[in-house]
Design a protein around this ligand. Sequence first.
Ligand code: PLP
Length: 474
Amino acid sequence: LSKEAMQAYGYQVVDAIVNHHCTQGDQKPVALGSREEMDSLFLEEAPEKGTNPEQVLQFVLEEVMTNSTNMSHPKSYSFVPGPSNYVSVMADALATGYNIFSGGWAASPAAAELEIITIQWLLKIFGFPAKKGGGIFTSGGSMANLTALTTARRVKCGQDFSKAMIYLSDQAHSSNIKAIRVLGFKKEQIRIIPTDSEFKFSVNKLKNCIAKDRLEGLQPFCLIATSGTTNTGTVDPLLELAKICKKENIWFHIDGAYGAAAILSKKGKSLLKGIEKADSLTVDPHKWFFQPYEMGCLLVRNHKHLSQTFTEKPEYLRDIEGNTSEINFYDHGIQLTRRFRALKFYMSIKTFGLKEFRKAITFSIELAEEVENHLRSSQKWEVIFPATLAVINFRYHPIGKKYTQKQLDQFNQYISEQVVSSRKALLVTTLLHGQVVLRMCLINPRTSLSDVMETLGLCEHYAWEYTQKLQENN
Ligand code: PLP
């Protein structure tokens, strides 16, 4: 492409992104498409002959982007939304545009330095030791958890992990189990501890389990706590768990992928007491730190633990080793070639300041509490789990109506399916104590109370529709 053609192409891309950011509230958040429909749009052999670039771009804007669910949309309430910010989007464009290799010092001293500095910012935010501590940016929370558990195993077990035991609660995110499996642990080495009525790690059950395992000659080596469970936003009793880990010489990993960012708010800080005691902490900037995908982060109390776990010295990297005060991030994690993730974090924090992040996070925590108050004051809704770190679980259950558990499950499942089919909001269900509930994760600062009210109104409409159907069938 000529310079002029590149510019024209680039401006069109930026225009499309800006337009998307400015109008997303007016668009439908949900994309629905069957495999057949997508095949009919896209399936073809890799073309031998090229096509006009503008034509390809136009096709992509019209067919690809419109057929993708928008997790940054104010009415995307499900899973953990990804409310990204424009400055970071542009930073990602720069990082990709310059194709900066962010693996080692020799390739880009500035990229390595920015990763060190932004990791230092995070260490300070989470109360980790500034000098000894360290970390690495990863593709997401799953990879951060895998990096943590690999490190924990290396530090606590060395080469022989045949008797190593790992503990997590039944509310821990599935990426932890995935990581444990990837690492080659057997089923018998995993202890899933039931949570209490508030979905918190049950400390007594954990203590008993560790004691029993010790008696059997096994080696408890790692505990995974969660600060902000995906289902309910619950924070495990971090201080108590930290004490157990210290006494038992167990690696204390906290998965704070979505919830840890709440430390920037007053309420979050108090809920997250004890987070600073972890040996390792997963934080996902592509969740509540408002970064575009893909950006996870692992912080560790002792940065040497990462380099001891991941350093390899092949002959083809000997000329770029550098001196010992320099950090090569390829020696701190799994990836050798890495994109320049620190740039978006750096540019957005520099541009907005932490103050704006604090404001946005506080806003979302309070929004969820307002939604809870509204639901509690209504005759139609039942709060199943109170607003916690901007997550709220509830179900349609009109006062005075006698429904069986099964009927309530079907009712709420129907509401969710209809809302999603309408494409007006992304609101799916989860299961709490076996009940089907609607779950909203309200971490998007663009989500307003009136967005939520409109969605609840839509739910009530489908509830009415379902009641009509029931009456017709009786
Ligand atoms: N841990 C928790 C608590 C999460 O909520 C999630 C995702 O929602 C993950 C880990 C996985 O993170 P990612 O999807 O970035 O891999």
